[in-house]
Design a protein around this ligand. Structure first.
Ligand code: SF4
Length: 342
């Protein structure tokens, strides 16, 4: 394994400090940053306006591309799933989801996941390690290469729990958001969490305008703990209080994700209970049919049950959307990523 760290894992300030420490003029950091993220070259050698000794110095200290694309599934212009190999031979996945003017990429934040949600293939594979900021940024660069331009939206909704890898996730967001680089607006970046309260509390103090999406999937603790074991540690009432505090502090509206599973969490009384829980503060709710996986003995809710659930929320004045899960044919939908060869 290459012991050098990824150049894409550096904040602009860290790159500037590196240049300073090596006696380079201040403008060099901006030049290098431009090659990395505006021109998106594939090697240090392509950074034509840098003197050769500086290109060599960068090559001695940093690896340029630490991820290797193993496989792409799906047609150009439609949802595509990328299987990527890390330097230690671990595998991760990223998903491209184009829709009209949007070029979204869904990226992974960990190899595997500790949260072990019952319906999620990623969670059933166990946890291997956190990704570095550079490994997250490189997933976005692979998407840029395929799209032919930078992605407009980034969602941290692939394999892993991003708030369980807080520091590297936030660092990658600051790199993606930098105006002289990819310049992906904070509001176009979504962190999706299973409900890690300490992470939500920290995020509230970052002053970042990112979107926060919280997976609920149940309106009472017993069922939620069965579906999401992390609920035993961060139960519903405490989680919703943290979400309410987050909204009060940041003035940002949270999106709650609710996957509808036939006969399990799609009953009329569960819809009613959800409205009671969420009436307390402004929010949005995404209702998504289950993306079935072999590891979980559950089926997607019927269209009638989904409509009833949706109408119940709507009547209660909750801003709800009934979504289809993009990418289920490719096993690229939420909960279906498992990072293995297709
Ligand atoms: S749904 Fe998300 S948090 Fe839960 S196990 Fe899967 S990757 Fe982890």
């Amino acid at each position: 394994m290459n012991s050098k760290s990824s150049i894409h894992g550096l904040l602009f300030e860290e790159l500037a400090a590196f240049c300073r420490e090596h006696g380079q003029p201040a403008f060099r950091a901006k030049q290098i940053w431009g090659w990395l993220y505006a021109k998106r070259v594939a090697s240090f050698d392509e950074m034509k306006n840098l003197p050769a000794p500086l290109r060599n110095l960068l090559g001695e200290h940093f690896c340029f591309q630490c991820l290797e694309k193993i496989e792409t599934k799906g047609a150009t212009g439609q949802t595509q799933k990328l299987l990527l190999k890390l330097e230690d031979d671990e595998l991760i996945e990223a998903v491209l989801i184009p829709a009209r003017a949007r070029r979204t990429v869904c990226i992974s934040s960990q190899v595997g996941c500790k949260m072990a949600c019952a319906f999620c293939a990623s969670g059933q594979c166990g946890f291997h390690r956190n990704l570095t900021a550079g490994e997250m940024v490189e997933q976005v660069l692979f998407a840029a290469e395929i799209y032919g331009e930078r992605p407009t939206n980034v969602v941290y909704m692939g394999v892993g729990e991003p708030l369980d890898n807080y520091d590297e996730t936030l660092k990658s967001i600051r790199i993606l958001n930098h105006p002289d680089g990819l310049g992906i607006g904070a509001r176009k970046i979504t962190i999706s969490t299973s409900g890690v309260i300490p992470g939500i509390e920290r995020l509230a103090g970052e002053g970042l305008q990112v979107e926060l999406s919280v997976s609920l999937h149940a309106s009472e603790n017993e069922l939620r703990s069965k579906l999401m074991p992390s609920n035993k540690r961060w139960p519903l009432n405490a989680l919703l209080q943290a979400c309410s505090d987050y909204t009060a502090k940041t003035k940002r509206i949270i999106t709650f994700e609710y996957t509808l599973i036939k006969g399990m969490n799609d009953l009329p009384e569960q819809a009613q209970k959800l409205t009671e829980l969420l009436r307390k503060f402004p929010c949005r709710v995404n209702l998504i049919p289950l993306s079935e996986v072999e590891e979980f003995n559950g089926e997607r809710a019927t269209p009638e049950a989904m409509q009833y659930f949706f109408k119940t929320l709507e009547k209660a004045g909750i801003n709800a959307t009934l979504r289809d899960s993009k990418g289920s044919a490719l096993k690229a939908a939420c909960g279906q990523l498992r990072a293995r060869k297709l």
